[in-house]
Design a protein around this ligand. Structure first.
Ligand SMILES: C=C(O[C@@H]1C=C(C(=O)O)C=C[C@H]1O)C(=O)O
Length: 318
């Protein structure tokens, strides 16, 4: 049985037992943890919050040792070639940046302020602003986030909402996720289109644009959590579209393993399910720390600006 199938069956089984459990799944669905909440080991910590006021402008400085622009540009150019050939029209290109910070993963987890947090053993810490799906009262919701602007630019919100490239990019992700939700649910509707949220990002504050999409599930969805999640993964907002071909291209151009970065984590509380995308992510690899980050590329993208955006996302909100 392959790993995806194993994950699907385990989630279905855990859901049908109606007991609360935690889950985390890697980007390529080869790694996972599915653990009953009352058996969660001490070295796995997480927090999920819906508190909109979680926002802070205190900064922790991070020294960055980024991939050189030339290497980024090679990947970027390959992506543009694929877009011109019609293989994809939106790809989320991500990079791994070595960082230096005088804090342990435990301390980062403790200090980072974010809606969603996860620390996994001494392996990684994630402080994500991005929901994946929520399931409440037989309804499934997803909240794709696409579009980032420096919040301190004058009229930042107005500018990003009026920007045609941002609009096109966001619409593509909403289309993809509407389609994904239609695989697992019915009566899919976009409930909110392009709303802005402010996020503290090191020396900068960022505005991120999201949408809210809703679908209806059958009342037996708890025994199908595995079918639902494995059909939706990897999350469209961190791949691009069309998904299968785009994932293939990313495998070729990204010269590192995403691992749990851009995967998902969440809980089933016995009644409802809440999950988030594993972005804003620091990983310990052989005693060095790496920050994984990226952004969406379209035919209109500028390589320097995209490179800058991926590096701007390297921050710890405190
Ligand atoms: C992949 C990342 O971000 C993704 C890309 C975004 C964008 O292009 O605006 C926003 C949120 C994420 O879905 C990341 O932050 O590492």
């Amino acid at each position: 049985m392959n790993k995806k199938e194993k994950i699907r069956k385990l989630l279905n089984k855990n859901g049908s037992e109606s007991e609360p459990f935690f889950f985390m799944i890697s980007y390529d669905l080869t790694k996972y943890e599915i653990i009953k909440l009352n058996q969660l080991p001490k070295d796995i910590n997480f927090e999920l919050s819906d508190d909109k006021s979680i926002f802070s402008s205190k900064k922790i400085g991070i020294e960055k040792f980024p991939l050189d622009f030339k290497s980024y540009k090679i990947a970027f150019d390959k992506i543009q070639k694929n877009i011109k050939e019609g293989n994809s029209y939106l790809l989320n290109l991500t990079i791994k940046t070595k960082i230096d910070i005088k804090l342990s993963l435990d301390e980062i987890y403790k200090y980072a302020k974010s809606k969603f947090k996860l620390k996994y053993k001494d392996e990684f810490v994630c402080f994500s602003p991005e929901k994946f799906v929520d399931i409440e009262n037989n309804k499934i919701f997803t909240y794709p986030m696409k579009g980032t602007i420096d919040a301190n630019i004058e009229d930042a919100q107005k500018k990003i909402l009026a920007n045609k490239k941002e609009m096109a990019e966001h619409t593509m992700v909403v289309d993809l996720l509407r389609n994904d939700l239609s695989i697992v649910s019915s009566k899919v509707r976009v409930e909110k289109f392009r709303y802005c949220e402010k996020i503290s990002a090191g020396k900068k504050d960022l505005l991120q644009v999201s949408s809210k999409i809703k679908g209806e599930l059958n009342s037996d969805w708890k025994s199908k959590i595995g079918d639902i999640l494995t059909s939706l993964l990897p999350a469209g907002s961190i791949t691009g579209t069309p998904k299968i071909k785009t994932v293939e291209i990313l495998k070729d151009v990204e010269k590192y393993d995403r691992d749990y970065y851009t995967g998902i984590a969440g809980i089933f509380d016995g009644e409802n399910l809440y999950s988030f995308v594993l972005i804003r992510f620091i990983e310990k690899i052989q005693n060095e720390l790496y920050y994984k980050s990226g952004g969406g590329i379209t035919c209109d993208s500028d390589a320097i600006l995209e490179y800058k955006e991926a590096l701007d996302k390297i921050y710890i909100p405190t």
